[in-house]
Design a protein around this ligand. Structure first.
Ligand code: ADE
Length: 230
């Protein structure tokens, strides 16, 4: 069975590719899919690109062309939940699009014609991923719960407060996970996602994000992927 490793950033993908001895590049839809092995397991590694549409295209190509049996997403996110701090790790048990609103025709956040706004990650794969994160980063605080996605980098304290008020269960915010979760739901492919918290989605987010990506993110996601597939 082939595992897809989807990274949100170049730094993370590079660190994953460094663990693959035999990767070969397969271009599809303007993306580079890297097929090979990691710890002897069949893997395809790819950059999700940023935002929900780009991530959905990447996930669709993985499903249609690469015969993947499971999809694992690694990246960074802004912390929303009380106590979800920079450097913490969030494993998603479900996703929702915080910027989707077809009300009053459909309830706020509901994806039209799906009857829900929340897409659960695969329970078994999520448990494996959380265990891998705990092994790889024993000093990091680990959270598990709702992650919300939208096509905006949340970088003002008022916007962060508004999200926290509207979605009090949300642990973290990012820009791709709900899209990949929906595509994987459509294709019946198990999906799990882990995000390291790079910022608190507030006025300090742009500086915190840049520093974190430079200094920490790639090491974190490669370590978690390695622990997952070891
Ligand atoms: N990814 C990392 N930090 C984020 C933020 N503040 N908003 C959206 N996506 C993010």
């Amino acid at each position: 069975m082939r595992t897809a490793i989807v990274s949100a950033m170049h730094e993370e993908l590079a660190a994953v590719l460094a663990l693959m001895p035999d990767e070969s590049r397969q271009p599809v839809a303007g993306r580079e899919f890297w097929v090979g092995h990691l710890h002897g397991r069949e893997v395809v590694a790819v950059l999700s690109r940023i935002g929900k549409v780009a991530a959905a295209t990447t996930a669709t190509v993985l499903a249609e062309r690469f015969n993947v049996g499971e999809v694992v997403f690694t990246g960074v996110a802004g912390g929303l939940g009380a106590g979800v701090q920079v450097g913490d790790v969030v494993v998603a048990d479900r996703f929702l699009q915080h910027d989707l609103d077809a009300s009053p025709i459909f309830p706020r956040y509901e994806v039209p014609l799906y009857g829900t706004g929340e897409f659960r990650t695969d329970a078994a794969l999520t448990t494996r991923l959380a265990a891998a994160a705990a092994r790889a980063l024993p000093a990091a605080r680990l959270h598990r719960g709702l992650v919300v996605s939208g096509d905006r980098f949340v970088s003002t304290t008022p916007e962060c407060r508004a999200l926290q008020a509207a979605l009090p269960q949300a642990l973290a915010v990012e820009m791709e996970g709900a899209a990949v979760a929906q595509v994987c739901h459509d294709y019946g492919i198990p999906f799990a996602a882990v995000r390291t918290i790079s910022d608190r989605a507030d006025d300090a987010a742009p500086g915190d994000f840049a520093r974190f990506v430079r200094e920490v993110a790639s090491r974190h996601s490669a370590a978690i992927v390695e622990a997952l597939l070891a």
